[in-house]
Write a protein that binds this ligand. Structure first.
Ligand code: HEC
Length: 103
């Protein structure tokens, strides 16, 4: 049994690691938006570009889909939105929705 213990401990730690890896992946996706939309979607003060923090996930996903399809016009977003899979858009939507909007 004592030989199995380290293995059991390692197995117990696995789900947490998978969560961490997924969280890290979505953060690095979100970092690609920071230059214009602010860190973690907190709008840059004085910027004309909207913040993404606290944006309802359904609105976010709908905009990304509309940019991608051309239903919504834009300058950079139509091009950018094409670089993300629907799954990544869902992950980003959840990430930004979970950030508390700063006043
Ligand atoms: C180079 C600057 C730039 C980057 C980088 C950028 N955006 Fe944008 N974003 C804009 C601009 C400008 C608009 C207004 C629409 C347009 O002109 O394309 C916008 C609009 C949006 C909107 C619509 C906001 C609203 O209020 O309706 C969403 C959602 C969005 N961006 C998501 C993202 C996400 C997600 C990323 C990262 C993957 C990102 N943007 C990266 C410049 C940027």
């Amino acid at each position: 049994m004592h030989r199995l213990l380290p293995l059991l401990i390692a197995m117990a730690a696995l789900p947490a690691r998978a969560d961490d890896a997924a969280a890290l992946r979505v953060r690095s996706l979100a970092a690609q938006c920071a230059a214009c939309h602010g860190t973690e979607g907190h709008a840059v003060e004085g910027s004309l570009i909207a913040g993404l923090s606290g944006m309802p996930a359904s609105y976010f996903s709908a905009q990304m889909k509309a940019f991608r399809s051309g239903a919504r016009q834009g300058t950079v977003m139509p091009q950018l939105a094409k670089g993300f899979t629907p799954e990544q858009v869902e992950q980003l939507a959840a990430f930004f929705a979970a950030q508390r909007r700063r006043p």
